[in-house]
Design a binder for this molecule. Structure first.
Ligand SMILES: [Zn+2]
Ligand SMILES: [Zn+2]
Length: 101
C-alpha cells in the first residue's frame, strides 16, 4: 500500500489534535528553522515530521504527535527535503496533496 492509498494518514493530519499541535509548533518556531540558521527570516509554511510519516509508523502517536519530531519549514526547504531523494510523498502536513512543481 502506498501513501496515496492510505486515507487514514490524511485523516490524521485533519485531526484536531494535529491541528492544535501544529499551531503550537508554529507559535514556538514562526520562522523556517533551516533558513534561520543561515540568518534568513522566512515565515514557516509547514510543520514537517523529521521522522517521515509512513504507512508503517503513522499509527504511532509518539512519532506523529511528538513535538521533538517536528520542524517548522518554509515551502522551499520543505520541497527540498521531500523531493531531494525523489521520495513519493503525496500528502503534506496539512493533509493536502503535494504537487512536485
Ligand atoms: Zn527555509
Ligand atoms: Zn514534511
Amino acid at each position: 500500500m502506498t501513501y496515496r492509498d492510505n486515507p487514514e494518514i490524511a485523516k490524521k493530519y485533519k485531526s484536531k489534535r494535529w491541528q492544535k499541535l501544529r499551531h503550537q509548533k508554529i507559535l514556538l518556531n514562526p520562522f523556517c528553522e533551516r533558513c534561520l540558521k543561515k540568518g534568513i527570516y522566512n515565515s514557516a509554511y509547514i510543520v514537517h515530521h523529521k521522522d517521515y510519516i509512513t504507512d508503517k509508523n503513522f499509527e504511532d502517536d509518539d512519532v506523529f504527535f511528538n513535538m521533538n519530531n517536528l520542524e517548522s519549514l518554509c515551502k522551499d526547504c520543505h520541497n527540498k527535503e521531500h523531493f531531494a531523494e525523489k521520495d513519493e510523498y503525496i500528502f503534506d502536513e496539512n493533509g493536502d496533496l503535494i504537487k512536485n512543481e
